[in-house]
Design a protein around this ligand. Sequence first.
Ligand code: PEP
Length: 251
Amino acid sequence: MARKPIIAGNWKMNMTKVEATALIEELKPLVVGAKCEVAICVPYTDIETAAALCKGTNIKVGAENVAWAEKGAFTGEISADMLLEAGAEYVIIGHSERRQYFGETNESVNKRLKTALAKGLKPIVCVGETLDQREKNRTKSVIRKQLVEGLADLTAEDVAKVVIAYEPVWAIGTGKTATSEQAEETIKFCRNVLAKIADRKTANKVRIQYGGSMNPKNVKELMAQKDIDGGLIGGASLKAVDFSQVVNYQD
Ligand code: PEP
């Protein structure tokens, strides 16, 4: 079964509502004929605006995190119900910046993921090794642990609903991209781990993105790899023309 590629922007902590509006208005006509699925994951305060502007278009809107709890005394967190009410369809979970600066662990990723799935949000779960881990030949063991612990207790049906973003930490926001061979090798490895977590049929359904300085210049080669099913795009998603060129990589 063919997997429909998904190119998703990760705006991180960028774009006020005014800036978001201008970017989306510029982006809409540029991606109108896209053959892949298109999403933008935006700051919480932009979700409602983005959802209203993207209504009736082929651009889906997502958030950048979600609380594991349903509601209550969790200062600074945001619930799945709040995100859904604001118009989010996707949610990024376990981005390396959350792991690095905000103490996100495989266990907290797993809790957030279970809540997202239970509430009907579509999760994009990030995994990836640091430069130190790659140099010490630990890439596979790190990623296996992130996937096994992050996706613990999920049914095969739920595993199939998850989008995985393989993002080598050393390639995020650095301008350094993994070579297409490195990305394919690790993404293929992720798929093999998913086959062990669930089963081969399920693993073949899961879309696995590459993320890390993906841009209009390198997208074609990366997307030509057999197991790469899309991209999670940081820097290049903040400019409508650049993001649209990534989205329209098949043209
Ligand atoms: C990201 O933040 O997920 C990312 C891949 O960023 P960049 O494209 O800027 O490397």
